[in-house]
Design a protein around this ligand. Structure first.
Ligand code: PHE
Length: 440
């Protein structure tokens, strides 16, 4: 089907290609960098349990809703709301999504740049053998000399923009088909090593042992916010990817497969990080520096650490690229659909804008923290709430039902899904907002 700009609309070549692209967008720094460190900060176990509940009860229904809205309207986030309800305030939900994608990419690229830098350090064997202070110094010099950080950030943005320019099936789908299996293989290698380490038992207990006294209300808010972040929800990435999905493909099974892959990768990544951290008696609650200071400190001392750190950071880069490309695609698809721009131009302008707004995040940790807080705890849940309410209460019923069942082996789940989307999902997100503003 053509878009308004008169260009043919991209399409995934296969159902598997779509799942790998969607899983590629979901699996990223959120799983390998953020999940382990927020689990560490929230004391492990119980937090992981709440997070799993959030994924299942809130994340999966919203993911189905997003993909469905994209496929049914064949549109990017803002236009998806215009198609059925033109000139209505619902368009604001799509706008929040595009804004979130833009802001998210602006600081995601900072961390992805660090991952590229550490890959470089690993490949040139600069980490192995270094003492704890030297490793600490490497991270400090990276974050205090903005030029190096900014150069790697720009390299990352250029890579993702070029892949998006190549198009839906030739760029994004191919990238998922290569990088996702690559990421799984690297992760399994690391897991194999972690299992042989003395800290394996402690690490495992830290992730799965239920310690409810460590769980705070703020932790619950963080778990919900993170379930949106990690599944790439609330900013229209899945609307956009869904808009390229063929009618014959099974979107319900694809959503479940995507959420399951994402969850398994987050848990396995933690099962790699914590045993290593505990083996060397390091601090699990080290915060954002967990992967860039704590882990390299351990890798520097480990036998085989030189190779393992290459494996680890290449895996992190793969995750970051397949996610970053989704953010660029949301911004580009918006400009293609709503302003009739060509793909190349839209990607280049989007990339340039993100670079300009992204540099402050690399230069200032305070700015970085604020934008992350705004996006993860407010914009993504708000976007997710808007999408859930729209699909559940406003969207044309016949269109919704048809699209849910189209190509689906799980068409019978329609009633449960819709019920979940109408009641528990908005209530859960609403409670979190009330807590965030201090009303409960
Ligand atoms: N899900 C990605 C991650 O876990 C982040 C992301 C959010 C990507 C939203 C695209 C859209 O790293």
């Amino acid at each position: 089907m053509g878009s308004d700009s008169g260009q043919p609309r991209g399409q995934w070549n296969s159902g598997t290609g779509f799942i790998l692209a969607a899983a590629g967008s979901a699996v990223g720094l959120g799983n390998i960098w953020k999940f382990p460190y927020i689990t560490g900060e929230n004391g492990g176990g119980a937090f992981v349990g709440v997070y799993l509940l959030c994924i299942l009860l809130v994340g999966v229904p919203v993911m189905i809703a997003e993909i469905l809205l994209g496929r049914a309207t064949r549109s990017s986030p803002v236009r998806a709301f215009q198609v059925q309800t033109p000139r209505s305030p619902w368009i604001g939900v799509g706008m929040i999504g595009v804004l979130a994608a833009f802001l998210l990419m602006s600081y995601y690229s900072t961390v992805a740049g660090w991952a590229l830098h550490y890959t470089y350090l690993s490949v040139t064997n600069s980490i192995h053998g270094a003492g704890a202070e030297q490793v600490q110094g490497m991270f400090e010099s990276l974050t205090s000399s903005p030029l190096v950080g900014v150069v790697w950030q720009v390299v990352f943005i250029v890579i993702t923009v070029l892949l998006a320019v190549a198009g839906v099936s030739k760029g994004i789908e191919r990238c998922g088909l290569v990088m996702m299996p690559g990421l799984f293989v690297l992760l399994v290698i690391l897991l194999g090593k972690a299992m042989t380490m003395p800290g394996w038992g402690d690490g495992f207990d830290f992730i799965f042992g239920m310690r409810f006294d460590n769980l705070t209300a703020a932790g619950v808010l963080e778990a919900l916010g993170h379930s949106f972040f990690t599944l790439s929800l609330g900013m229209g990435a899945m609307i956009t990817y869904g808009s390229y999905l063929r009618r014959k493909d099974d979107l319900v099974s694809a959503s479940l497969a995507t959420a399951a892959t994402d969850t398994v990768v987050a848990l396995v990544a933690s099962m790699v990080v914590f045993p290593i951290v505990f083996t060397f008696g390091l601090e699990p609650g080290a915060g954002p520096g967990l992967l860039f200071v704590t882990l390299p400190t351990a890798l520097a001392q480990m036998t085989g650490g030189a190779v393992l750190s290459v494996v680890f950071f290449v895996m992190l880069v793969f995750g970051a690229v397949t996610s970053g490309i989704a953010m660029v695609e949301v911004i580009a698809a918006f400009m293609i659909d709503d302003f009739g721009m060509g793909r190349r131009k839209a990607c280049l302008i989007g990339g340039a804008g993100v670079t300009l707004c992204g540099i402050p995040a690399t230069v200032s940790a305070i700015w970085f923290g604020r934008v992350d807080y705004l996006v993860s705890n407010w914009l993504l849940p708000l976007g997710g709430l808007g999408i859930a309410l729209y699909v559940a209460w406003k969207m044309d019923r016949a269109l919704r039902r048809n699209d849910f069942g189209s190509g689906s082996a799980l068409a019978k789940g329609y009633g449960i899904w819709l019920w979940g989307l109408k009641f528990p999902v908005p209530v859960c997100i609403g409670l979190v907002f009330l807590h965030a503003v201090g009303l409960i």
